[in-house]
Design a protein around this ligand. Structure first.
Ligand code: HAM
Length: 424
């Protein structure tokens, strides 16, 4: 049997309906904050991610799906969204053509060749935002608030961890401090971290394999080594988060797995105790646009894992829209049922017609099996009298209506009960 590729999921039925509504809610929330949708291709030249995300990151070194196309171009399936949006931002001259700050959002699939487990997939989906052209800590606070606003909407319990990882001015000296600190502890580090000491020493701080942060209590932290501009920025971030009423924890071990960050770095974890509990992460990346060849443009953003968000949304958050079904009891009734199905298509109700004539009992069984709450039946008598029988499957109540009259009843009844009215 051919099955789906490992770590990649199908989505259908009730989950697909709930997923669709989750995406709609997110779009409404970010639309209100003036973010516009940004769609980029699923693949990019691999050079973009090498340059943007960083040659020494796990994402680039171990997790990329890449291939040579028919002309020998080296292509990668996007492992994240920021580098692609930055590439498009530069390519379309947005810095020149649009008023700044420019606020973009995306909801899209991404690909990482990771070891699949619950909450970690090889094709996964992110909702992300990227804001270009504003270097203020207030904009970072608004960006983090946007993530919280979405999680609050879905009634998720979470914790925000913030850090500053400095800038080109102050980080190199701190990096040296880390190299010096860990050089004497090499034998206690995992193989990856032994290499990372020289390539990317900040990543030692959040390594889950050798876990230095729980072994050593005197690891130097960036927040003690910020230059005065970064220190001011970080203090302002905290002040603005307080004004946005975002509770946060200062966590010097948030260093992020991608290389482009400057100053603000943050992660949001869900209070579930699960291992894959990072539901969102992001931060500021003031050098990335210039590093990829664009005009010097500060930027900030985050991405939220949609599979992880989906699992955190409580079962009763969305009510299932009422389902109704239509049946014909004889050949002569089928045309009337077609007619009825056409009328039903104008109403925001979940309806399906079964055009194969069947006995009343059989229709009842089928409606019951599909979970229909209302059933519409057209038999010989109904055809003659231009009527339709409507049965409430929950109460067993049934009544015959004129075919025009029934449309009014459907509109009132199903509109009201279809769950179109959302929880706020
Ligand atoms: P990231 O931390 O690599 O950041 O990913 C963001 C979120 O995507 C994670 O917190 C997690 O919820 C979800 N995620 C990541 N990998 C997987 C996976 N294999 N399976 C399921 N969910 C996953 C970024 O991608 C940055 N581009 C965020 C950003 C935007 N920074 C600035 N702007």
């Amino acid at each position: 049997m051919i099955t789906a590729v490992k770590g990649m999921n199908d989505l259908f039925g009730k989950r697909a309906r709930r997923w669709g509504r989750m995406e709609e809610d997110i779009k409404l929330l970010v639309g209100n904050a003036n973010f516009t949708e940004f769609r980029t291709p699923i693949v990019e030249e691999i050079a973009l991610f090498k340059r943007g995300v960083g040659e020494t990151t796990d994402v680039v070194q171990k997790e990329m799906y890449d291939f040579l196309d028919k002309k020998g171009r080296h292509i990668a399936m996007r492992p994240e969204g920021t580098a692609s949006v930055v590439r498009a931002f530069i390519e379309h001259g947005i810095a020149m053509n649009e008023p700044l700050p420019f606020k973009a959002f995306y909801i899209a699939p991404f690909f990482r060749y990771e070891r699949p487990q619950k909450g970690r997939y090889r094709q996964f989906h992110q909702f992300g935002i990227e804001i270009f052209g504003d270097d203020s800590a207030q904009m970072d606070a608004e960006m983090i608030f946007t993530a919280c606003r979405v999680l609050d909407h879905f009634k998720v319990n979470f914790e925000v961890h913030v850090n500053s990882i400095g800038c080109k001015e102050c980080r190199p000296a701190y990096r040296e401090k880390l190299v010096e600190y860990f050089s004497s502890k090499k034998e206690h580090l995992c193989d990856d971290c032994k290499t990372r000491i020289n390539t990317n020493p900040l990543r030692l701080l959040d390594c889950k394999t050798c876990d230095p942060k729980s072994k050593y209590k005197d690891i130097p932290v960036m927040t003690d080594h910020l230059c005065s501009a970064c220190d001011d920025h970080f203090k302002q971030l905290q002040k603005s988060l307080a004004i946005f009423h975002v509770p946060y924890i200062i966590d010097p071990f948030i260093v992020r797995g991608l290389d482009y960050y400057t100053r603000t770095a943050f992660e949001i974890s869900a209070n579930t105790g699960g291992s894959q509990n990072a539901v969102a992460g992001g931060g500021r990346y003031d050098n990335l646009v210039a590093d990829i060849g664009g005009p010097d443009t500060p930027a900030t953003g985050f991405a939220m894992g949609l599979e992880r968000l989906f699992d955190l949304i409580s079962e009763d958050f969305y009510s299932e829209p009422v389902l109704s079904a239509g049946y014909a009891l004889c050949d002569e009734a089928v045309d009337d049922l077609v007619h009825f199905a056409k009328h039903m298509s104008h109403h925001p109700v979940r309806f399906f017609a079964d055009y194969k004539p069947k006995k009343f009992k059989k229709a009842l069984q089928k409606a019951d099996k599909t979970g229909a709450e209302f059933m519409f039946i057209i038999g010989e008598d109904e055809v003659k009298e231009k009527k339709i029988l409507m049965k409430n499957m929950k109460t067993g109540e049934q009544k015959v209506y004129g075919q025009h009259e029934v449309m009014l009843i459907v509109r009132d009844l199903l509109n009201h009960e279809s769950g179109i009215v959302r929880p706020s």
